[in-house]
Design a binder for this molecule. Structure first.
Ligand SMILES: *Cc1c(COP(=O)(O)O)cnc(C)c1O
Length: 252
């Protein structure tokens, strides 16, 4: 995809977010756009960052885009080539414990914390730092077996334990919405994440005071997520076009 196409498509996504914010009675700049750059090459990601900077130079008040990678391998391959633009990277996929060190070299947030073991590992790694690491608890609101994330019923307790760990700042909650064409099902999942967030913030448990974030909504459902209170939408294909199909499993 050309740089012009990426710029045009990013502008369209910004328009969609702004329209959804207006419809929900929210301020247009309340929602950050995170670009999910998996499978995209450095040149394409760079084009998106430059287009974003240009839009803000031209008067856009939208907060800068964030970048998100699912796989640490891709993060460590791309991040060094983009340091001159100092983007903010989030890890948005399952993080194996042996990849934590590599991930934290580049990422300033991990959105995919779904169990105590990873949270403790992250805490051990960053507790000596001056600046806490932002973590988000990922919740599987749809119950789909293929999806990563804590069960909704267990998420609030997990979040309280995560929030209490040294070196971590609980920034909010993340989910991948239901894979459904029924708008009510998708919206109910997003509302569930918001309920978990509200419960945790209301609890007043130590470390939960900043946990207002809701990272939810992707290319196909961001309007519904904004309507349900998303503070970050994670967008891939709407900006970058379709990804190459995953390699078929080897025969036999
Ligand atoms: C790929 C991905 C996205 C973006 O998905 P699109 O449908 O391409 O917008 C968002 N979140 C996560 C966790 C992803 O893996």
């Amino acid at each position: 995809m050309s740089s012009e196409d990426v710029a045009r498509r990013l502008a369209q996504v910004r328009d969609r977010v702004a329209t959804a914010c207006t419809a929900a009675g929210r301020g247009a700049d309340e929602v950050q756009v995170l670009l999910a750059s998996k499978t995209m090459d450095v040149a394409t990601v760079r084009a998106a960052l430059l287009a974003d900077a240009a839009a803000r130079d031209a008067g856009s008040t939208a907060p800068p885009v964030l970048l998100g990678e699912n796989r640490v391998q891709e993060l460590v391959a791309k991040a060094p080539a983009l340091v001159d633009l100092s983007p903010t990277w989030h890890v948005i996929g399952p993080l194996q414990s042996n990849k934590v060190n590599a991930a934290l070299r580049w990422a300033s947030a991990v959105e995919s914390v779904a169990d105590d073991a990873l949270a403790r590992r992250l805490s051990d790694r960053v507790r000596e730092r001056d600046v806490p690491l932002d973590v988000w608890v990922q919740v599987n609101v749809s119950g789909e077996a293929t999806k990563h994330g804590a069960e909704p019923a267990a998420a609030a307790d997990l979040a309280a334990r995560v929030a209490a760990l040294p070196g971590l700042r609980l920034a909010g909650f993340m989910t991948v919405g239901a894979r459904s064409t029924d708008e009510r099902v998708v919206r109910a999942g997003f509302a569930r994440l918001r309920d978990v967030r509200d419960e945790v913030v209301r609890s007043g448990a130590p470390g939960t005071g900043d946990a207002h974030g809701l990272s939810m909504g992707m290319s196909g459902d961001l309007e519904m997520a904004v309507a349900e209170g998303a503070t970050v939408v994670r967008v891939g294909t709407a900006v970058f076009g379709s990804r190459p199909a995953p390699a078929a499993p080897a025969a036999g």
